[in-house]
Ligand binder design. Structure first.
Ligand code: APR
Length: 238
């Protein structure tokens, strides 16, 4: 496989790319949802019914970000982006900030970001990552002043972010690469079908075969942190 400077590459990452940094994936037996029902912490209804539980759940996950570091897979994607420039787009389902901390720039967080909060009233989005703000108290909107900030996370039953930009990039890419995602959650899991129908070569890297395994043209089974750095070097040197 040759990735030339003129090739358009779209990468879709999921929880598996951050597993080697110490962040739990969702669907493993000891996965992220284990202690909670998804309906209790990751739906708009949960936020209405028990906002404190939802707030505490995300505060705990935000605190964890302060303890983890990007791994070689995150850094390999930065290397690919450095080579390809504007021909590279990274779409992530992850709400952690490990891609940014590996210095990736062209990143779309389709499921939102832990480090951001959004006003329930005016919709303005704020950064929130200093240790002092990781308390159990809700935060009022500094802009409109009369609404509470909610996690800037796309919960179940909500629309993922920036879908028009995502579809446009996927429809026009030469290579579509999935990394560390089980293929259970749409629309992310369907993007590979769009890429494939638009004649992209679809490459997968995952510890286990994902649900959409058959759609991949090339599949590498194993840990992203071990496989991806070698693959990127190979792509860039061939
Ligand atoms: N390297 C590569 N893949 C790995 C690694 C690793 N080191 N460790 C685990 N994996 C794989 C697992 O085998 C699994 O197939 O990563 C995948 C993670 O799958 P999920 O836990 O289902 O995570 P993801 O696909 O990102 O979930 C999508 O579901 O709950 C929602 O909004 C949440 O964004 C999330 C979405």
């Amino acid at each position: 496989m040759r990735v030339g400077l003129d090739c358009k590459v779209v990468v879709l990452t999921g929880a598996g790319i951050s597993a080697e940094s110490g962040i739990k994936t969702f669907r493993a037996s000891d996965g992220l949802w284990e202690e909670h029902r998804i309906e209790d912490v990751a739906t708009p209804y949960a936020w209405q019914k028990n906002p404190q539980l939802v707030w505490d759940f995300y505060q705990k996950r935000r605190s964890q970000l302060l303890e983890v570091e990007p791994n070689p897979a995150h850094r390999a994607l930065k290397r690919l982006e450095q080579y390809l420039g504007e021909n590279f787009l990274l779409i992530t389902q992850n709400v952690d900030d490990l891609h940014e901390r590996a210095e990736s720039e062209n990143v779309i967080h389709m499921h939102g970001e832990l480090r951001r909060l959004r006003c329930e009233g005016c919709g303005e989005v704020f950064e929130m990552m200093d240790k002092a703000s990781l308390t159990e108290k809700f935060v009022e909107c500094p802009s409109c002043g009369n609404s509470r900030l909610r996690p800037h996370i796309v919960w179940f039953h909500e629309m993922p972010l920036m879908m028009p930009e995502i579809y446009e990039a996927v429809e026009n890419c030469d290579f579509f690469i999935t990394i560390g995602t089980s293929g259970h959650v749409t629309p992310a899991a369907d993007l590979i079908h769009i890429a494939k129908s638009c004649k992209a070569t679809c490459v997968g890297i995952n510890l286990e075969q994902p649900l959409n395994y058959d759609v991949h043209d090339i599949f590498h089974q194993g840990k992203a942190g071990e496989i991806l750095p070698q693959l990127v070097e190979k792509w860039l040197s061939s």
